[in-house]
Design a protein around this ligand. Structure first.
Ligand code: ZN
Length: 522
């Protein structure tokens, strides 16, 4: 703050706020309750990304290459009761709204578009041989159906779970699948593994073709139907899988005269072309063939067109102290009860113990014990706190207007919003910038503000970087970082000024508090 003042910026310091103060997070709790009332907040048990070092859940956006964005620890899958914000209800709006953000960098708009991931495809059924039951499959490439050589289902798929009850080898395989991360990027790069169930399904276009059904680690239960048909020639994951398990690989899309049905090599062809080796579809473009198959499936009753999004609801529960307490109370009789607004803010206790890992709110001797606001019996506070990205999703409204009795004055917001020029790093393209757009639309949806987009223009500045200096702590194997000021640098080596012993020189990365690779602006 002193440095910003010395730089002489014309900032109005009377509007300064801190999201960790009850003045701010109490108003955030009020907004959270408003969103709950409007059906935009819900709680459900779900598989989550668990950071074993920070001992907390992370959103998919916060898992980078399978590691926690802050701790760098390998992320595990766990099942927990979690609070969610219904960002998917706004998926289409958030996508369409990008078209109006003319003063945003093209790159950021494209990243958000890909993250939301709208796809038009076909939902259809592959029937088990000699059975009326089948497996529902979702595909964005119905045009490649004649190239199908297997069906793969997620480890969490009900059929897989049921079968695992009597097949221990499958139960072991499913447990093994759960050790990987849950992100799409991770599934992309992990080694493809499958378990042959021994069951076969009929190809919907040619009943005499029987395809084997695998449980596979690269299929996600929460995307589509949790089942796909594999067309190895034109999908890299399917090709990796087919080569590993020696399944047929048939070319059905070709550019030029490369029409040999036997597909060679280990690189799937995903480009444009004409349909080949597909009976009546031969010669059609990809789009023509998609439309033809979708129409045929609808006409014959085995499938229909469906739009899907890659975007998932935003899991906002965090099991840690530093966040806004989620304003709910768990009562044995009444269930999950919102804290009455008259009792806000729910403040964090200040006498907390950080020595033991885990959530200090859960271990605090008195904090969580309260009376149920509905029946008055002894009950317990929710001990999860909100993802701190919630705090940054609406602070710009609070800068514009900060009454003490409500989050903001809508009349004042009308004069100030949208923010004319916003500045932030590209690393926020699918995190903060998408969350803030969602939060603004959600507040608009419940009638609290007039605007739908928070930032009219966006400028993504570069990042200030520096190499890192560290040593491994022999006690826990974790790195201890040192700031450039603590280190003496010479040639290819560096040593700590305090003891003259060497420290390891790490990569040049974005300056951050946790890595201490920061040079003081002074
Ligand atoms: Zn109660």
């Amino acid at each position: 703050k002193a440095q910003l003042k010395r730089l002489g910026f014309a900032l109005d310091w009377s509007r300064e706020l801190a999201t960790c103060e009850p003045d701010y997070y109490g108003q955030e709790q009020a907004l959270f309750l408003d969103l709950y009332k409007a059906g935009l907040v819900y709680r459900k048990e779900s598989a989550v990304n668990w950071d074993p070092v920070d001992m907390t859940v992370l959103a998919n956006e916060q898992v980078i290459d399978g590691r926690g964005w802050r701790s760098g620890a390998l992320v595990e899958k766990r099942k927990l009761n979690q609070w969610f914000l219904k960002i998917t209800q706004f998926a289409d709006e958030l996508l369409a709204g990008l078209g109006e953000l003319k003063n945003w960098p093209e790159k950021v708009r494209l990243m958000q578009e890909n993250w939301i991931g709208k796809s038009q495809g076909l939902r259809c059924t592959f029937r088990f041989v000699d059975s009326s039951d089948g497996i529902e499959v979702y595909t964005t490439r119905p045009d490649t159906m004649f190239g199908a050589s297997f069906v793969a289902i997620a480890a969490d798929h009900p059929f897989a779970r049921k079968m695992a009850e009597s097949v221990p080898e499958l139960a072991d395989f499913i447990a093994e699948c759960k050790q990987g991360g849950t992100t799409a990027a991770e599934l992309e790069t992990a080694e493809k593994k499958g378990f042959n169930t021994g069951y076969s399904v009929e190809h919907p276009l040619k009943k005499s073709w029987h395809l084997p059904v695998y449980v596979a680690n690269f299929v996600l239960m929460d995307y589509g139907t949790g089942a796909v048909f594999g067309c190895p020639a034109h999908d890299q994951r399917d090709l990796d899988f087919a080569r590993k398990y020696e399944l047929p690989v048939t070319r059905v899309v070709a550019e030029g005269d490369e029409t040999d049905p036997v597909f060679h090599g280990n690189e799937a062809y995903t480009g444009p072309g004409r349909i080949v080796n597909s009976e009546w579809l031969d010669g059609m473009t990809i789009d023509e063939a998609k439309a033809d198959i979708i129409a045929k499936a609808a006409h014959e009753g085995w499938g229909q067109a469906e739009t899907q999004y890659r975007l998932r609801d935003w899991g906002v529960s965090r099991q840690r102290y530093w966040g806004t307490p989620i304003p709910f109370i768990h009562c044995a009789d009444c269930g999950v009860v919102p804290v009455p607004k008259s009792q806000l803010p729910v403040t964090l206790p200040e006498d907390v113990d950080f020595k033991t890992p885990g959530n200090p709110l859960l271990r605090h001797p008195t904090w969580r014990h309260v009376d149920c606001p509905q029946c008055g019996k002894a009950a317990e506070r929710e001990t999860d706190t909100l993802d701190t990205f919630v705090d940054s999703s609406w602070y710009f409204l609070r800068f514009a207007s900060q009454p003490s009795d409500r989050p903001f004055d809508p009349e004042v917001i009308k004069q100030w919003l949208p923010v004319e020029q916003y500045i932030g790093g590209i690393e926020h393209a699918i995190l903060h910038l998408l969350y803030a757009r969602f939060w603004t639309r959600a507040l608009n949806h419940i009638g609290l503000i007039d605007v739908k987009e928070p930032f009219a223009s966006l400028f993504t500045q570069g990042m200030v970087t520096h190499e890192t200096y560290s040593r491994i702590d022999p006690a826990n194997g974790q790195p201890i970082y040192f700031s450039p000021a603590e280190v003496e640098r010479g040639g290819e080596t560096a040593k700590l000024k305090a003891d003259g012993q060497p420290v390891e020189i790490g990569r040049v990365i974005k300056m951050s508090k946790s890595k201490k690779n920061v040079v003081d602006p002074d």
